[in-house]
Design a protein around this ligand. Structure first.
Ligand SMILES: Nc1ncnc2c1ncn2[C@@H]1O[C@H](COP(=O)(O)OP(=O)(O)OP(=O)(O)O)[C@@H](O)[C@H]1O
Ligand SMILES: [Mg+2]
Length: 248
């Protein structure tokens, strides 16, 4: 297991934003974290990424306690935040270099990694442009590049496709699959069930901070029997479990 969560509770002034009894994520997966707005996805990710240190319960990544060995964990993890984390006064190349240096890359290793990563996300030919000139999709791709330049074993993506056109979205989904094929475990967060369906195998559905269903996506779809005999969608599973729609 690459992530183990036990009895995790995160409160904001008495309001329980996350309340997860148990969650383990296997190495090598593209793990889907599906839930509507306000379900607690970003809060959970901020705990996993070490941003929030005040919480109750136990979180282990790479079998190490996140409260103990956070440097080792951070070095081997890449986080693509929901809100873009780019420096506007820097070019695409300089942005990725900035993050690579944060992760301790130096010299030719640094240069090679930055080039390889910009090529990987399809932005090498735009490397000298400022991110302010980029389209939404390109900014998202650059955001991903910054998070993966150090080749992390675990990549956490928080809604990396919000607000972009379908082509850019497919491009990012392909990138997710490629990163996984190259050996990274991925936690993919979204409130679009189509995306979760397209890339993830093992998923959990969260609502009001709690896991309401967990398992193989095909098994989850069998939870709901449709009258017409067709396969249920994850959206229908969510509706049947909560009585509400995943999206408005
Ligand atoms: N800093 C904060 N202070 C108080 N409440 C917060 C804070 N951050 C989040 N919350 C609340 O905690 C709950 C979970 O929020 P969170 O951002 O984790 O959800 P999410 O699943 O990522 O939603 P979205 O899909 O909109 O990004 C929400 O009810 C939210 O209003
Ligand atoms: Mg969020």
């Amino acid at each position: 297991m690459i992530v183990n969560i036990n009895n995790l509770v995160k409160e904001y002034k008495g309001f329980k934003a996350v309340d997860i009894n148990e969650l383990s994520i296997k190495e090598g997966e593209i793990f889907g974290f599906l839930g509507p707005n306000g379900a607690g996805k970003t809060t959970t990710i901020n705990i996993l990424s070490g941003l929030y240190t005040k919480f109750n319960g136990e979180v282990k990544i790479f079998n190490k306690d996140i409260k103990g060995d956070s440097i080792y964990i951070k070095k081997n993890m890449g986080v693509v935040p929901q809100d873009l984390a780019l420096v506007e006064d820097l070019t695409a190349y300089e942005n990725v270099t900035f993050f690579a240096k944060l992760y301790g890359l130096k010299g030719s290793k640094l240069k090679d990694s930055v080039k390889e990563t910009l090529e990987f996300v399809g932005l090498w030919d735009r490397k000298d442009d400022f991110s302010t000139k980029f389209s939404g999709g390109m900014k998202r791709r650059l955001n991903i590049a910054c998070a993966i330049v150090h080749k992390p074993k675990l990549i956490i993506m928080d809604e990396p496709t919000v607000g972009i056109d379908p082509q850019s979205r497919n491009n990012i989904l392909d990138t997710v699959k490629k990163l996984n094929e190259q050996g990274s475990t991925i936690i993919y967060t979204s409130h679009y069930m189509e995306e979760i369906e397209a890339v993830c195998s093992d998923i959990c559905i969260v609502d009001h901070g709690k896991i309401i269903a967990r398992g193989d996506k095909e098994v989850l779809k069998d939870l709901v029997k449709r009258e017409d005999g067709e396969r249920a969608t994850l959206e229908e599973v969510f509706l049947s479990l909560t009585g509400r729609k995943l999206r408005d």
